[in-house]
Design a protein around this ligand. Sequence first.
Ligand code: GDP
Length: 369
Amino acid sequence: ITNEIYCIGCGAKLQTTDPTAAGYLPAATLAKADPEGEIYCQRCFRLRHYNEIADVELTDDDFLRLLNAIGESNALIVNVVDIFDFNGSVIPGLHRFVGNNPVILVGNKADVLPSSLNRKKLTSWLTQQAHAQGLRPVETILTSAKKGTAVDDLLATIEKYREHRDVFVVGVTNTGKSTLINRVIKQLTGVSDLITTSRFPGTTLDRIEIPLDDGQSLIDTPGIIHRHQMAHFLGAKDLQLVSPTKVIRPKVYQLNPGQTLFLAGLARFDFIQGQKSGFTVYADNQLLIHRTKLENADAFYAKHRGDILNPPRPEEVADFPDLARFEFTPKQKSDLVFAGLGWITVPAGQTVAGYAPKGVDVLIRPALV
Ligand code: GDP
């Protein structure tokens, strides 16, 4: 019977043999547990009670198997992405795996967008980005799993395209997939908070099946760990900087050419050439922004990374990757995006450079505001 019990938090099969693998629970704890009750694996238990995390990574093989299985089923796919980090939330090659199955693209975390931001533009930008990846969603929806915004829309859209098939919800970790599924469960069944959610990337393991009324299921798949997310370079205490919880207040900086903005020690923006102009920063309200002279910026970064420019925290500096530089002169008003962290609006015709830890994307898109 023991091997038929699943963790109520992450859905992993409970096991008592390997503390480093998914679903581990000390045998003594399992023996004491009420078999009819809700049982958490040690990892989810700790997460819920102490906000601790142990690393369990599913292997790439597991993901390939999972994605192949999805491709072979006749199902509706719901792909959840983080609107702050489209590139960090894309599942590489997803379009090849989904086969002919329809995909609904969900851009989550809409609650932190300032009201000045044009939702239609963002939706069409997300759709375009998906197209660039070879993915052709039948619909793109902006949601807030946190506030419950547009969860009705999502359910209605799922019903519209489902045609009595299973629904697979896929996404990389930290996009809010678990929070969103909890919302969906609540809407469908009235039960709340069934799935562990947290700020730690990689928290959802194994699949969780939620029965739908025609005998099909809504299936939550494991969050796929994307190694190029900014979140992986931050300690637990600083993760809120890449998961803003409050509406972002844009900050405008009047800059002359030859000035630099540091976004803590995580990213950098140089205004290289052009007219004195206003540059608007969209990022978590708590993120430190430090203005300095471009000519001193390299030295300033070398000296103050870890103290004034924090995070990274002093103890994290040694392992923190170097910043990679990308230069742009956009022809139209554009956003220079630091994937996962935020963006800076750049007026047309100005030459600027963006820097982020090696591996994290820096890109340019038509301005959303
Ligand atoms: P998963 O790894 O994709 O399953 O993501 P989680 O559901 O665990 O969420 C990751 C983090 O994002 C948590 O800190 C959530 O509170 C936060 N989060 C999830 N959905 C939203 C949302 O709609 N808005 C905001 N602001 N935060 C969200």
